[in-house]
Design a protein around this ligand. Sequence first.
Ligand SMILES: [Cu+2]
Length: 311
Amino acid sequence: MKRSFLRLQAALMAGLMFFATDAAHAAGGPQPWQMWYQPAATPVAERAFGLHYALIYVITFIVLFVFGLLLIVMVRFNAKANPVPKQFVHNPLLEVVWTVIPVVILLCIVIPSWQLIFYQDRTAKPEMTLKVTGYQWYWGYEYPDYKNDKGDAINFLSNHIADKDIDTAKGQVRMLSTDNPVVVPVDTNIQLLITASDVIHSWSVPSFSVKLDAVPGRINETWMRITKPGTYYGQCDQLCGQNHSFMPIEIRAVPKDVFQAWVKDPAHKVPAETAMADTPAPAPAADEAKKDEPAAAEPAKEDEPKEEGQE
Ligand SMILES: [Cu+2]
């Protein structure tokens, strides 16, 4: 009993903390007993969460108003308090009012909703493309704008890491980390082309407010512009079979020069996480990469992002 009370209290605190320390919130993934959304990391997510919180006020007002009306009816017009009811059944003015006001409220909601739908649909000026393919049960990624040393578009598969292989010292998170994280630059309009090869999956990253079905034989489009460096997590969000829950999404958003170095590195060694902060921390990523991954699988040649950073 006491334990569940403590949990409830922790959950409430987490909810309050969200409002108090949004900027300092340090992870692009779920927190234990987290309430509300993960911190927004794209303009789309900021707008989507903003609309959500605005609607919370509208909904709360309507609920309280209707509840108040019900209370008045129950107290003032029950059989005991009001034994001889009036017999009228129509009140034209009241009927117009209770039709027009809800219509106005709905219009106030639908206009920003439509704006948001069009805003998140696609970006007018994509700076690069990331193609995502869902498989049973892993994700495939392709960068059509960037070639690997074989002359193909950079591409790789991204698999779940089994619990026994999770290395928390490397910052890996159970059920969310992958063997090959997606590396993308921050402050870049990234066109997302999402498809699947077998059954319907859904590529979903809460911090980006991106959740789009991956449908075989069809390419769905959306976009993201990540504003803060960091590691972001998502999962497949469409029941796709036995291992549906084992196809996480891990995205490493890095400064542009670090991304260019990653593109040019033949081994595509994943840069270490850059501290997630409001002020982007540009340079130290390369040094952290060295000390964080001492015994990485392949002794990739360690390119200094600063040298290869020119675009
Ligand atoms: Cu799936």
